[in-house]
Design a protein around this ligand. Structure first.
Ligand code: ADP
Ligand code: MG
Length: 243
């Protein structure tokens, strides 16, 4: 892989500036994002809180290179995502960034292990290294004994664990989770958020997690709030001692 010399890999993992995203809608326009600035430091878990329709998914899609803004810039790991061509974006989405969705998105005919293997096959990882990584990841998410099970044989929480293992397969630098607990009961949801907290530490990844569930925010290093397409810093998740 060629390194671009302009990349500043020592700075924040994410620097988004002035993000605007408008969607045409009927006769008018929906202003989904109206000028968002966001910096995410390396190794942090940042929660993006906001009501349904506030712009969380739009923001994550822009950070992950699934969509382009009408204005503004996204830098991830020192590279500008907003100006990448299609082949650079494919590489970016395979190696640098990984998504976790509310609906898990596992392939139903594949076993847990085979689902985790998919991204490793896409980058043509060496088969021995691939098998070792799959085993390591299934152990990490607590599913070492369920490797051969298909999604329909697993609970929602277990399926989301497989999706987290799959997301981590190629050692992404940035994990983007869009309401990862939205289909889970509150107890399982909290366990999944705890697992994300763990993998941010053990895998050294940076994570941005969109959620409207206030019970999950205590596990974040930082909480930002999105409201009508604008971002504000939310109060710290834990009370700050007076000085
Ligand atoms: P959230 O994830 O916080 O629920 P979204 O980012 O999905 O919010 O949506 C933000 C706003 O943009 C909403 O008003 C939504 O209806 C609108 N929107 C999202 N995607 C589209 C689209 N593809 N076309 C038109 N409007 C959209
Ligand atoms: Mg959404």
């Amino acid at each position: 892989m060629t390194e671009r010399f302009s990349a500043d890999r020592g700075g924040p993992m994410v620097v988004a500036t002035g993000l605007v995203r408008d969607y045409p809608s009927g006769d008018g326009t929906v202003h989904a994002l109206r000028g968002i600035d966001l910096r995410v430091e390396r190794g942090q878990l940042v929660a993006v809180r906001g009501r349904s329709g506030s712009g969380k998914t739009t923001l994550l899609n822009l950070l992950g290179g699934l969509d382009r803004p009408n204005a503004g810039q996204v830098m991830v790991d020192g590279d500008e995502v907003t100006t990448m061509n299609e082949s650079a974006l494919v590489d970016f989405r395979r190696r640098t960034v990984a998504f976790i969705f509310q609906a898990f998105g596992l392939l139903p005919i594949l076993s847990a292990a085979e689902n985790v293997e998919v991204p490793l096959r896409l980058v043509r990882a060496d088969p021995r290294a691939r098998d070792a990584r799959v085993e390591e990841l299934l152990d990490l998410v607590g599913l070492g004994s369920r490797a051969g099970h298909r999604p329909h044989e697993m609970s929602g929480g277990e399926q989301q664990r497989v999706a987290i293992a799959r997301a981590l397969a190629n050692r992404p630098k940035l994990l983007l989770a869009d309401e990862p607990t939205g289909q889970l009961d509150s107890h399982t949801g909290h366990a999944i958020m705890g697992l994300l907290r763990t993998v941010v530490r053990t895998e050294g990844v940076t994570a941005v997690v969109a959620t409207h569930d206030p019970a999950l925010l205590d596990l974040a290093d930082r909480v930002v709030e999105i409201h009508d397409g604008l971002l504000t810093e939310a109060a710290p998740a834990a009370p700050v001692a007076p000085v």
